[in-house]
Design a protein around this ligand. Structure first.
Ligand code: HEC
Length: 511
């Protein structure tokens, strides 16, 4: 079933097929065999089959019968199949929701007591997803992540797993297939290009998701030697499990094969502070296109306190269009919404995002309602990113904006001068910074101030094995003491101010 739906166009076709079988005539007296089985096999079996993320298999009348009440409830409430766009947006080519006719058929059937009907009408049992098979064909390159152990009935786990790619030239990635080793426990995987969560977005997979095949003629550029970071959420089952997830990368044959870079724009806000207990905190973010562009998809990204997310485009002629409203944001489903009809965004088009968070104790997913929360990479921090995948109408990729990241620009120099002692640190609300902490002499903490990099000197550095102490001299703010520990390529830094308050942050070795 997943195979048919492997790419955006095939997906659209799949949705049409499932809808058209009953279009316009929800049946008077539906039976399972004739009317309901085709809908459920097409729309539920991908997740509700053995070895997949859903808690029960729904592949036969016998398996489905005990769940009818619950199915009725979830189909009525539109909570199954999971799909989070409000009605009236899109159409999206990967829309997973049921057509109205299909919903009616299931609900009518449930009300009639869920009759089986004539067995002879039963469609064949559907093909269930094969976890060992690559749905997009053998990838050009496979990255294998480290093994993760997930004990039964334990708390959810979050892992950031880096893998080096080691290609000696840039490559165009045309498709990414993320293959959990154990689909009963891998809930979602986000792939970032870079060493920290929050750098270049490559792809995401969530339970029941499809491989990410970028639209024909487009690709994402994978920089030579790049590290890919897999940001993983493991959701334990009732039994002990282990997972080895693989990432299959498909490349264009040559750098010339791609007409358009699938550019990943971040319409983000990093400056918010959500007060402890606030049930409805709002933040906005905005971006104005500086070139004629075409929007292909949008992906809202908040963390556990995320409540809702809305995108609006305002065009140069003053008209506007709401692109997406997700009133029930759910961090567990990292959904990318692919427009069936791409949105033209001429130069000057503005994208506005509005998000709300629920940081109160009424939010059952809230990791800590007593904490004021700011931007940060950990899942107990928050983010507000309105991802927009777009292509430029002229040329392959957007012309470089004058604004670049001063720290990113500076890093190669710093690393050349101080090999092995430069660490990249993502500061919540402030972005990328670089810590240089040499074995001898003076170092510095380089921070972006607008388009410029500024530096706070690090003095009195004393390394002892993997531990180091030093003083951080922030201009105008006195001296803070640093105590840090190196673990592999990451440096855990504790910074204590003059009042004795300690903040911890982690840096990654820049190479
Ligand atoms: C994309 C994956 C996916 C698809 C498609 C899907 N489900 Fe589910 N379903 C889940 C998961 C995962 C759960 C467990 C609860 C959760 O995490 O939201 C679930 C839970 C349920 C439950 C609640 C079970 C309980 O414990 O009470 C019902 C009922 C259900 N699904 C019915 C359906 C039906 C009917 C369809 C098709 C029309 C469907 N689902 C399609 C993933 C899916």
């Amino acid at each position: 079933m997943r195979k048919i739906k492997a790419c955006a166009t095939a997906l659209a076709a799949g949705a049409l097929v499932s809808g058209s079988a009953f279009a316009g005539n929800s049946v008077e007296k539906p039976t399972f065999a004739k009317d309901v089985a085709p809908i459920m096999f097409e729309n539920c079996a991908g997740c509700h089959s053995p070895g997949q993320i859903a808690p029960m298999s729904l592949l036969s009348y016998d398996e489905i019968r005990p769940w009818v009440k619950s199915i009725q409830k979830h189909v009525e409430a539109k909570t199954m199949p999971p799909w989070h766009s409000d009605d009236g947006y899109g159409p999206f080519s990967n829309d997973r929701s049921l057509t109205d006719d299909d919903r009616d058929t299931i609900l009518k059937w449930a009300k009639l007591g869920a009759p089986l009907g004539n067995k002879a009408d039963l469609p064949p049992t559907p093909d269930v997803p094969d976890n060992t098979e690559w749905n997009l064909g053998e990838p050009d390159h496979i990255l294998t992540l480290k093994e993760i152990t997930v004990p039964g009935n334990s708390p959810d786990q979050f892992h950031d797993v880096p893998v080096k790619t080691n290609f000696d030239e840039d490559r165009w990635v045309t498709a990414v297939e993320i293959k959990p080793g154990n689909s009963t426990v891998v809930h979602h995987v986000i792939l970032w290009q870079g060493e920290q969560v929050g750098q270049g977005w490559l792809s995401a997979w969530a339970a029941g998701g499809f491989p990410d095949k970028f639209p024909e003629g487009t690709g994402r550029l994978l920089k030579k030697g790049a590290t890919i970071l897999a940001d993983m959420h493991m959701h334990p089952s009732e039994v002990d499990a282990t997972d080895v997830t693989r990432i299959g990368l498909h490349f264009a044959d040559s750098l010339d094969d791609i007409e358009k870079e699938l550019t990943n724009l971040w319409v983000m806000n990093t400056d918010f502070a959500i007060p402890a207990g606030d049930p409805n905190y709002q933040a906005e973010s905005t971006h104005t296109f500086s070139q004629d562009s075409t929007i292909l998809s949008v992906t809202p990204h908040l963390h556990y306190r995320g409540k809702d997310f809305k995108y609006t485009a305002t065009f140069p002629d003053g008209t506007s269009q709401e692109l997406l409203q997700v009133s029930n944001y759910d961090f567990n489903w990292q959904t990318q919404y692919w427009f069936e009809e791409p949105i033209k965004a001429p130069k000057g088009t503005r994208i506005d995002c509005v998000a709300h968070w629920d940081n109160s104790e009424n939010n059952e997913f809230n990791p800590d309602p007593t904490k004021t929360v700011t931007f940060g990479p950990e899942s107990y921090d928050e983010m507000m990113i309105g991802f927009v995948d777009y292509i430029v109408d002229e040329g392959v990729r957007p012309k470089m904006e004058e604004k670049t990241d001063p720290i990113q620009d500076k890093l190669p120099d710093l690393v050349a001068k101080h090999p092995g002692v430069v660490f990249k640190v993502l500061i919540p609300g402030q972005g990328l910074s670089a810590v240089v902490i040499p074995k001898t002499g003076t170092g510095g903490w380089h921070i972006a101030m607008g388009s410029r990099a500024v530096m706070a000197p690090i003095t009195d550095i004393a390394w002892d094995g993997d531990n180091v102490t030093a003083n951080l001299n922030i201009p105008g703010q006195g001296v803070q003491s640093i105590s840090a520990t190196l673990a592999g390529t990451s440096l855990k830094i504790d910074i204590t101010d003059e009042k004795g308050k300690t903040n911890s942050i982690t840096g990654m070795l820049a190479q």
